[in-house]
Design a protein around this ligand. Structure first.
Ligand SMILES: NC(=O)c1ccc[n+]([C@@H]2O[C@H](COP(=O)([O-])OP(=O)(O)OC[C@H]3O[C@@H](n4cnc5c(N)ncnc54)[C@H](OP(=O)(O)O)[C@@H]3O)[C@@H](O)[C@H]2O)c1
Length: 276
């Protein structure tokens, strides 16, 4: 079944056709927006997400059938449910060539006031669920000619961010996990990497054009990033072409500028030094 790709995307990783990828969190945001692009590459998807009806509606919207998009309903906040889902995928007759851990939560809270429960929830959804699912399907990944594990971190773990301590810590944990697991899987044929998105324009945002301009001004590429900017890096890491990349954390943030190195500050400095 031919799929409509993401608008403007013309690249094609031919070796991904027929590969099977697990993706978590497909009901909105980046996960949902990646689906048409991944399907257009010929990848068969196994979705692990919440809300069966919502998931089924998305599949219908995409015009995909069960062979292209298999649905596993799972609340990733529920550790027992994650283990059951992971086991169900492991015991299915489905091959698994890759797993893209996309789902996450990012509640905001004051560090001093945050109770343990929100911290536990963030670490369960963002880290522990990814660990459990990966453990369950590792035998299938090892059997693949091209086993791939891709975590989704965030530039927040590198740059910081107020009221996001649990989220930033969970994303930082994923970068450590990426490096350590890549070592542990040495020689298995399975690569382990982490994509660190910057500000990606997704449907949940209610920003104005002025907000967009500010965000674009923070980035070397000078424009807002969309999910099309993430699709290529994800496909590269999944593909044969990315087979030599493991244990890496790949930042996709449009080249976020350090405030001290921003164009305006630099221009001022160059002017005062007589260069501009
Ligand atoms: N958007 C950005 O600019 C940006 C920047 C840096 C990093 N990231 C990372 O990119 C990934 C996607 O971000 P996003 O902006 O697309 O997030 P989002 O819009 O909030 O979507 C998150 C997805 O995860 C799912 N999810 C959350 N909790 C779940 C649970 N308990 N069980 C099952 N599914 C659950 C959500 O499903 P429900 O609808 O059921 O809640 C949804 O499908 C995340 O890992 C995020 O940290 C995003």
């Amino acid at each position: 079944m031919a799929m409509k790709p993401i608008s403007g995307v013309t690249f094609h990783f031919h070796d991904l056709a027929g590969k099977t990828l697990i993706i978590t969190g497909i009901t909105r945001g980046i996960g949902k927006a990646l689906l048409p692009g991944l399907l257009a590459q010929g990848i068969n998807l196994i979705a692990v997400s919440r809300g069966r009806e919502k998931m089924a509606a998305i599949r219908t919207e995409l015009g995909a059938d069960e062979s292209r998009l298999r649905l596993f309903e799972c609340d990733l906040a529920d550790s027992a449910a994650v283990a059951v889902t992971g086991q169900a995928i492991a015991e299915s007759d489905l091959p698994v060539d890759g797993i893209l851990h996309n789902a996450a939560i990012d509640p905001r809270h004051h560090f001093e006031k945050a109770a343990p429960a929100p911290w536990d929830a963030v670490f369960q959804v963002n880290l522990r669920a990814a660990v459990t699912l990966t453990q369950c399907v590792l035998p299938q990944l090892r059997q693949s000619a091209q086993g791939r594990i891709v975590f989704t971190g965030s530039v927040v773990s590198e740059l910081g961010g107020s009221y996001m301590t649990a989220y930033a810590a969970s994303k930082g944990a994923l970068t450590g996990l990426t490096r350590a697991l890549a070592h542990e899987l040495q020689g298995s044929g399975v690569t382990v990497n982490c994509i660190l998105p910057g500000a990606i324009q997704v449907e949940k945002e209610v920003g104005t054009a002025a907000d967009d301009a500010v965000l674009a001004g923070w980035q070397s590429v000078g424009r807002r990033l969309t999910v099309a900017d993430l699709l290529g890096p994800v496909c590269l890491l999944l593909s044969q072409a990315g087979g030599g990349i493991s244990g890496q954390c790949l930042t996709v943030d449009g080249g976020v500028l350090h405030p001290l190195m921003s164009r305006d500050v630099q221009r001022g400095r160059l002017q005062s030094d007589g260069y501009a």
